[in-house]
Write a protein that binds this ligand. Structure first.
Ligand code: CP3
Length: 342
């Protein structure tokens, strides 16, 4: 039994006294307690050790108090399970040792034993639920096929992922093969997470907005749609960052329970684009958490007034930044908890 059901109620479209709140990347580098663990263990050791996963996932629950926990892991565990060696370089981000450069390499990718290699995540989920002890629901997640392809071809983070885009435009069949295999793995992976005990899953398509509407239809939409249809037993939330033009499609032509949005669209636009009936999540500008606390409080209140308290999950429009003072993160969450319609 889950004590705090606000997040799950919002996903189910049920009325709530106030909206739930959590923050993307809430278990991360703005927390001094996390930085202590970062010094002791390397990144993928943290991801692969169930006790550390449980401990890190619970840090923000104990210190900040959001209404849901997100499993500590990373989207790049999938390319790792497919055989890529990845290093998380401080100040640089993820670096893959031999990114895909040829059509032949992309066509040779199969799902192989990826799910077996990811079993440590399921162990992490079980350990986390024990530690959470039903206080809040646990969110599982995966990267989306397009965003994972970006890293597998580019080999590292990039402003425009120009090499990944060029590859897809030159070799559309090979790109489609890779995206389809990734979707297969993601479906198995999310279903296994649900079986292990997560209460909802979120699919991060962080680089969707690098594509225009037509290319989004080619490289993102069919796979996101299939994932929402084939992941069973828990609500699926889609976050296609930057793809404001696809809000209507994401809400109504997939089986997603909610759509997460970044801060470049207004609440009014997002509600209108999703015909006012979808559950939306977002969309506070992460940099805005640098504002003075009274400003954060006012902006959160106004944001809830504009979205409405129902069918709404308060969140940031992208991950929390490392330089956010913990007090400001707490003020964001507290502002939602003290929300009253007046
Ligand atoms: C694109 C992406 C990645 N990872 C993720 C995304 C999608 C969300 C987004 O767009 O922000 C998702 C992610 N990564 C991490 C989580 C854990 C749960 C959470 O608190 O949200 C989640 C949900 C831990 C992490 N993943 C990473 C860290 C920081 C490195 C460290 O702690 O040593 C954490 C806490 C490293 C990471 N992982 C990734 C990058 C680009 C980097 C380096 C830059 C950065 O730090 O943001 C890939």
């Amino acid at each position: 039994m889950i004590e705090n059901t606000l997040y799950l109620k919002a996903l189910a479209g049920q009325s709530v006294p106030r909206p739930p709140v959590w923050m993307m990347r809430q278990a991360g580098r703005y927390l001094p307690s996390y930085l202590e663990l970062q010094k002791k263990y390397d990144f993928f050791t943290r991801c692969e050790t169930p006790e550390l996963v449980a401990e890190i996932t619970c840090l923000p629950i104990d210190e900040i108090g959001p209404d849901a926990a997100i499993l500590f892991s990373d989207i790049l565990v999938i390319p790792r399970a497919l055989g890529w060696h990845i290093e998380m370089k401080p100040g640089v981000g993820p670096v893959l040792d031999n990114p895909i450069t040829s059509k032949e390499q992309a066509l040779a990718v199969t799902k192989a034993d990826a799910l077996e290699k990811l079993q440590y995540v399921m162990q992490g989920i079980r350990a986390t639920n024990e530690r959470l002890n039903g206080r809040v629901p646990l969110i599982g997640f995966s990267g989306a096929p397009w965003t994972l392809l970006c890293y597998m071809i580019e080999g590292r983070g990039s402003k425009d992922f120009a090499a990944a885009k060029a590859f897809c435009y030159e070799h559309p069949e090979a790109a489609d093969h890779l995206l389809s295999v990734l979707a297969d793995v993601i479906i198995d992976y999310l279903n296994a997470q649900i079986e292990a005990g997560v209460h909802a899953v979120q699919v991060f398509d962080s680089w969707a907005g690098l594509l225009g509407p037509d290319d989004f239809n080619l490289f993102c939409m069919p796979h996101l749609k299939r994932i929402t249809e084939e992941v069973k037993g828990a609500p699926v939330v889609l976050f296609a960052k930057g793809a404001w033009y696809a809000l209507e499609r994401l809400a109504w032509r997939t089986s997603a329970a909610a759509i997460s949005i970044d801060w470049t669209v207004s609440p009014e636009y997002a509600r209108k684009a999703t015909r006012r009936e979808a559950t939306l999540q977002g969309n506070y500008d992460p940099s805005r958490l640098l504002s003075p606390v009274p400003v954060i409080r006012n902006q959160v209140k106004r944001m809830i007034d504009r979205f409405g308290k129902d069918r709404y999950i308060v969140n940031l429009g992208h991950g929390i930044l490392p330089n956010i003072p913990v007090d400001h993160a707490r003020a964001f969450v507290d502002a939602v908890k003290s929300y009253e319609t007046s």
